[in-house]
Design a protein around this ligand. Structure first.
Ligand code: ZN
Length: 203
């Protein structure tokens, strides 16, 4: 009897240790393959496995998407390709209505290739602007900023703070103008909302 209790305790400890190791990132087979001591322990080990697997899947999905919206809380205002008196041609990006001073983040990791006034070389209509180069011929642009907090050549991570929003340049009110481009320059923009949604981002 004494022997049996000891044996059970030892197996339970073993299982707990293995479950802890699993939480640290190892596979499920080590726990389930070891001969489970009781139904209760089996259930607890199985749900621990399920929880770890669900968390791993969520992290993997987030990493795969790898893109975020440039501001967190916003209302979509002027949309891509919209016609109107504010633009010399059609609207080249998506406007996110946010108060001046809102935290603006890199929609994806990359290298800052433009940062400054006069649209950082793309024209005064953009006000203070930033362009970030990503992989695969993709660039993101952020305009009408009140403050720029990065410099050319700086490497930024997805979601990293880069600026504060504002209303500089040709702007009817505080908002972030956001573009996805195929080159660093004006004239190469694609629909940024469609782009982000294709990356699995909720916009
Ligand atoms: Zn705009």
């Amino acid at each position: 009897m004494f022997q049996r209790v000891t044996s059970r305790k030892s197996r339970t400890t073993q299982l707990r240790t293995r479950a802890a190791v699993l939480v640290a990132g190892l596979g499920a087979s080590a726990v389930l393959g070891s001969g489970v001591a009781s139904a209760a322990e089996a259930t607890s080990a199985t749900s621990a496995v399920a929880a770890v697997e669900a968390k791993t899947a969520a992290v993997a999905k987030k990493k795969a998407a790898g893109w975020v919206t440039p501001v967190k809380h916003y209302k979509l205002s002027a949309s891509f390709n919209q016609a109107g008196g504010m633009w010399s041609h059609r609207h080249s990006g998506q406007d996110y209505a946010v108060p001046t001073g809102t935290n603006v983040v890199a929609a994806h990791g990359g290298t800052v290739v433009k940062a400054g006034g006069n649209g950082a070389g793309d024209g005064p209509a953009y006000g203070n602007a930033i362009v970030i180069k990503h992989g695969n011929g993709t660039y993101s642009q952020y305009a009408h900023l009140s403050r720029i907090d990065v410099r050319i050549g700086q490497v930024v991570a997805t979601g990293q703070h880069i600026a504060l929003s504002g209303s500089t340049g040709n702007s009817s009110g505080p908002h972030l103008h956001f573009e996805i481009r195929t080159t660093p320059n004006y004239g190469s923009a694609v629909n940024p909302v469609a782009f982000l949604r294709a990356k699995g981002v909720k916009v």
